[in-house]
Design a protein around this ligand. Structure first.
Ligand code: GLU
Length: 312
């Protein structure tokens, strides 16, 4: 089976009804917003607004052990402070557990799930190619009462899509990724499952996110396929790194963004996005002025061709 997912669940006309562009930013509340996340938020915001579309924020708070109390509100406050105003009340994944369970039940009915007892450490010791599960528990029978994760069978399926920045991408389920964990042993729903369901249910047409998630997209398309969802259109951004070339992330202790000079920060990020902002924008009193310019001049085709760029 070969599926070219392009252009997908895109803004345009479906059955004569106009579907407007709907984009989203989906932070995990594991700490304050850092420059790398603000860069992603800004690009997805500009892409949506430049097309007259809606822009939503979703709080990806399923990984409860990693959540930091108050981080969700702090992230929303920071976005506001930079003028990144969203439409609609933000959805919280932690309120949607019944919906994820419903999808799991559907996948189970299709005989696509199996309980897995393998520990992450045990698999890591085998030094398997990235993400490829060797199928130890796939056809094993054991009492479901034992603590287990739930895995989704990776049936050989070719998946392809046209990324708006990175170009044509092809993946093969079973070769590029193995049987996927969809529910962890600690009962936490995996990001891969939740993101696909949420983007579909929220009618997201366009996803603009960090290039580090490019390789995850094959898994998302696979799930879209099994759940009967039209995939969104994707644009994966060059990864923003620090001076040493490491991705800016909470794991690398990237600093929280300084909201005291929002226009200056936005100007820097527009430079990172290769949008050639005029220098005077940096000194604007209101971030809204910078954003108005950026929406009008948003040119995603100008994004750097490099996969990683240094924060200035
Ligand atoms: N919560 C995910 C993250 O912060 C969202 C990724 C995505 O945009 O799909 O990495």
């Amino acid at each position: 089976m070969y599926r070219l997912q392009n252009p997908g669940r895109t803004a345009g006309k479906t059955n004569g009804i106009s579907t407007r562009y709907r984009g989203r930013f989906a932070p995990s509340p594991t700490g304050p917003l850092h420059l790398g996340s603000l860069y992603t938020a800004l690009a997805s915001f500009l892409d949506a607004r430049a097309q007259g579309g809606q822009w939503l924020v979703r709080i990806d708070d399923l990984d409860t052990p990693r959540n930091v109390q108050g981080a969700d509100q702090a992230i929303l406050d920071t976005l506001r402070c930079f003028g990144l105003e969203w439409d609609e009340t933000p959805i919280r994944q932690s309120r949607r557990l019944d919906r994820y369970q419903e999808a799991l039940n559907r996948l189970k009915q299709q005989n696509l799930l199996f309980p897995c007892l393998c520990s992450r450490k045990g698999l890591a010791r085998l030094d398997l190619p990235d993400g490829l599960y060797p199928g130890f528990c796939r056809d094993r029978n054991f009492p479901e009462a034992k603590p287990h994760a739930l895995r989704l069978r990776a049936l050989p399926t070719a998946l392809a899509f046209l990324d708006r920045h990175c170009g044509p991408q092809c993946y093969q389920a079973g070769r590029d990724f193995g049987d996927l964990i969809v529910k962890r042993r600690d009962h936490i729903i995996a990001y891969t499952l939740a993101v696909v369901i949420d983007d579909h249910d929220s009618g997201i047409t366009d996803i603009v996110r960090g290039g580090d998630l490019l390789a995850e997209t094959g898994k998302h398309l696979y799930l879209d396929n099994l759940l009967g969802f039209q995939p969104a259109r994707y644009l994966h951004l060059p990864i923003l790194t620090d001076a040493k070339g490491a991705k800016l992330s909470k794991q690398t202790f990237a600093d929280a963004v300084d909201p005291s000079q929002p226009s200056r920060v936005l100007y820097r990020l527009l430079q990172c996005l290769n949008q050639a902002p005029p220098q005077e924008l940096a000194a604007q009193a209101k971030p809204q002025t910078v954003l108005d310019w950026a929406i009008q001049h948003w040119r995603p085709e100008q994004l750097s061709g490099q996969t990683a760029i240094r924060a200035l």
